[in-house]
Design a protein around this ligand. Structure first.
Ligand SMILES: [Zn+2]
Length: 206
């Protein structure tokens, strides 16, 4: 792509680094911004910088939060003895939309994936095991997507907590294999949460 302007080229290059955005789409977005009032671009850059500089991760569940503790962990009516293990904040948002879960979450920040170079040490696993060791947890619900990486991660965690006196369950596979939680509709996701099965059963299915 030949640009008549270096400023335009720089902006297109930056935008095209976003996932799923090619150079052509980036050019369209940049030209759109140029046609809008300047304060729209200012609003966008301020929001992005604020996100980058001020975002926090809840010190209890690791989800994205504006404060030290997220609203869910801070809410006294939520049951902190039931912990739903998810990959990232999108899963928390999807499960919260079902309005059926009143426990806490634990956000791993990814899934174990040797191919992508994601090792267990890069995920928020130790803090989850520590919560179990502290003895306050009654149930761990695995709600990772049923991909190979999700299964590997579930099993890695399960091995470390299976000897503690807790229930381990996994959301029912109403979610098709390989589906991501965030794309499941609320009813399907809610159902798979209610009809969760003992984690050991899911092992036999493998
Ligand atoms: Zn939290």
């Amino acid at each position: 792509m030949n640009f008549p302007s270096k400023l335009l080229e720089n902006a297109v290059n930056e935008v095209s680094q976003l996932p799923g955005i090619g150079k052509r789409t980036a050019l369209r977005l940049v030209l759109h911004l140029l046609r809008q009032p300047a304060d729209q671009t200012a609003g966008l850059t301020t929001a992005l910088l604020g996100l980058r500089n001020d975002i926090k991760y809840c010190k209890n569940c690791h989800t994205i939060s504006d404060r030290e503790l997220c609203e869910i962990c801070e809410n006294p009516s939520r049951d902190n003895s039931i912990i739903c293990v998810v990959e990232d904040i999108r899963d928390v948002m999807a499960l919260e939309n079902t309005q059926l879960f009143k426990g806490h979450y634990h956000v791993l920040g990814g899934k174990i994936s040797p191919i992508d170079g994601v090792a267990p040490s890069q995920l928020n696993i130790v803090t989850l095991i520590n919560k179990v060791k502290e003895g306050k947890v009654k149930e761990i619900i695995f709600a990772l997507s049923s991909t190979m990486e999700g299964d590997t991660t579930n099993f890695y965690i399960y091995k470390q907590i299976k000897d503690f006196d807790i229930i381990t369950s996994t959301i029912a596979r109403g979610i098709a294999i390989g589906d991501e939680l965030e794309y499941a509709d609320e009813i399907t996701l809610g159902r798979s949460l209610i009809h969760r099965v003992p984690f050991e059963n899911s092992l036999k299915m493998l």
